[in-house]
Design a protein around this ligand. Structure first.
Ligand code: ATP
Ligand code: MG
Length: 238
């Protein structure tokens, strides 16, 4: 199995009734790279993520590290190594920070405590707040909890859906610093973003999704140089 086909998405489509949200999308996420999936509002980014995770009905195939995930339920895809930081974080505000982090800890081979320690070393700002209710954390800290909850499963590929959404500029910088650190540490990342500038800075490869179809793909530098398609991923007039 070549490194190029670590996460392989082939001819993926998602429809909601008559609406085709994702239309025959194919791309690869090579092991140890960060791939950005860019697109304006409604381009189909979250639908694509949901299909990868097995959360919506879809056509096409998804393979991970040589395993065909097609037809698998979400829990089995998670076990196979896909873990996500959902859009809007979805941190459980009535649970403590520790409970939130350990939510994903049923998966993975090392002890939950060992994995929790690793996550806390990466996010020292939440390490001192383990027993607090997650509702007391700032938006940025909640985003760290959401990332930590996904990392604790030690996924083969970390999927992130618009991690910058709704965060103040300083916190956006912080979360992108974390993403860069994870990438440098060898984590394979699929990052969905409307914030093309930041995503292209941190990514190795990028694809632009427009009304359900991939219109541009290449190295992040190549895509960044394509000013002609800026409107497609920055949300300009179609
Ligand atoms: N559950 C649903 N039922 C019907 N249509 C849906 C549903 N979810 C999404 N859509 C439609 O599918 C298309 C793609 O939506 P999706 O949420 O995947 O886009 P997105 O790129 O994630 O957008 P955003 O940047 O706003 O998060 C849109 O036209 C949207 O209205
Ligand atoms: Mg979305």
């Amino acid at each position: 199995m070549s490194a190029d086909s670590y996460l392989r998405v082939q001819d993926l489509s998602v429809s909601y009734g008559a609406i085709r949200a994702v239309d025959g999308v194919s791309f690869d996420v090579p092991q140890g790279t960060a791939v950005a999936l860019l697109g304006a509002n409604g381009a189909g980014k979250s639908s694509l993520m949901a299909a990868l995770l097995g959360l919506v009905k879809h056509r096409g195939t998804v393979t991970l590290d040589g395993r065909d995930l097609t037809g698998m339920r979400p829990e089995r895809r998670a076990k196979a190594g896909l873990s996500s930081v959902p859009e809007g974080r979805q941190v459980f505000s009535r649970l403590s920070v520790r409970e939130n982090l350990l939510m994903g800890a049923g998966l993975g081979s090392r002890s939950a405590e060992a994995r929790l320690d690793d996550v806390l070393q990466r996010f020292p700002s939440i390490a001192g707040r383990l027993n607090e209710s997650a509702s007391l954390l700032s938006g940025g800290e909640q985003q760290m909890v959401a990332v930590g909850r996904a990392l604790i499963t030690e996924p083969k590929v970390l999927l992130m859906d618009e991690p910058s959404l709704g965060l103040a500029p300083l916190l956006i910088e912080e979360i992108f610093r974390v993403i860069a650190e994870l990438r440098d540490a060898g984590t394979t990342i699929l990052l969905v973003e409307q914030n093309a500038g930041l995503a292209l800075d941190v990514a190795d490869f990028a694809y632009v999704l427009r009304t359900g179809r991939l219109v541009v793909g290449g190295t992040a530098a190549e895509v960044a140089a394509r000013t002609d398609i800026e409107d497609a991923y920055l949300g300009g007039v179609e």
